[in-house]
Design a protein around this ligand. Sequence first.
Ligand code: 4AD
Ligand code: MG
Length: 438
Amino acid sequence: MMNAKIGTIAKFDDQIVTLKGWVYNKRSSGKIKFLMLRDGSGIIQGVLVKGECDDASFEEFEKLTQESSVMVTGKVRKEPRSKVGFELTVHKVETVQIANEYPISLKEHGVEFLMENRHLWIRSQKQWAALRVRSEIMFAIQQFFRERGFMRFDPPILTPTSCEGTSTLFSTPYFDEKAFLTQSGQLYGEAGAFAFGNIYSFGPTFRAEKSKTRKHLTEFWMVEPEMAYGKLPDVMDLGEAFVCSIVKHCLENCQPELVILERNQKELETIVAPFPRITYDEALKVLAKRGMEIPWGEDFGAPHETALGEEFGKPVFIHHFPSSIKAFYFKHADYANGDGVDHDGKYALGADLIAPFGYGEIIGGGQREDKVEVLERRILEHGLSLKDYQWYLDLRRYGSVPHAGFGLGLERTVAWVTGVEHVRETIPFPRMMNHLKP
Ligand code: 4AD
Ligand code: MG
């Protein structure tokens, strides 16, 4: 008897195999019994027919409850009506454990209840599919950067300072000092870029966001490439190629998952370069045309991002933001002069990528200030301490060069690609403002 996995069952056509898994569902119709079996790699229908199946197993079927663990042996058969293309003619069922009243039945449940039972909820089809896509995207990310010669470079998670402003820092005692959970690996990534050229970091980041929206987590994963000698247009070129490659990878490798998620794949197929690139000022005009005027200098809210996504139906880059709404490290520019001639210009050389269909900003990045005296001034203007950033200023003292990079939020990207409503469904155990358990 051969062990097999449902995900690769096609390799076992016409063979007798053992599948080790759990009961997803079952039903009987007269002399035939149907067992939906899941094994983590997929779901297959097992068919028990008296005579083909041993008598004890035929009886055992009656005791099986949802999520009981079982080992099922039978013959793999082609079945065009099945989602996986195959069925199993069951010869034998061995029970490992009978599950006692599994709390998540196959009917609808409230989100609160499901979140409390997240440790079980991840077994449900859609959750399972979304997390499988997440895992594939993580693979695609590493492949993308490896192919382009970016070295993976790991910034610390415990940090002494802030990167994205002090209002969303989680702090923790650190012996006699205070430490913060990292908001972004960027500042360390810049050091990495000056040592290794092109690098990327990829890991969890933390923000004490008091936002209860479908786009905000307090713990989320970010991938952050940083390019020595990179400038603002390089951020958009790389971000565009990156997002296209993620979508393409999913279309090629996540078919069963996208089907379970009922994702409109036609829509995903339209995600190809080039993406529109507009300035903040142009974005204001687009919004005004759609009846959503906002004063110059204000940041976009969720409705504005949704409207911009709708306008273009494709991911869209917004660049040249008012510097007043951007972090201290952005290089400033006078817009008319383009790339950073006038350092007191009112625009920051930033670029955000807004995903269509209301998923919001998935990339935030730009070109970094590379002059030590300008950066010192900015640190002070932002109420930060020069002492804390001496190491970061060193990067401008010793061989400073233009450099740029971005951060892509993994969960927002997975939410958009899978079409799930809320980012909480794209990470195994979401952490949110009112949610720390399990
Ligand atoms: O725009 P952000 O704040 O940029 C940075 O942190 C830069 N230091 C990155 C860099 O240039 N290396 O965050 C980047 C991305 C956002 O576009 C969004 O996708 C995601 O991180 N993000 C969140 N995702 C989920 N929950 C949150 N609370 C998020 N905050 C940001
Ligand atoms: Mg941002």
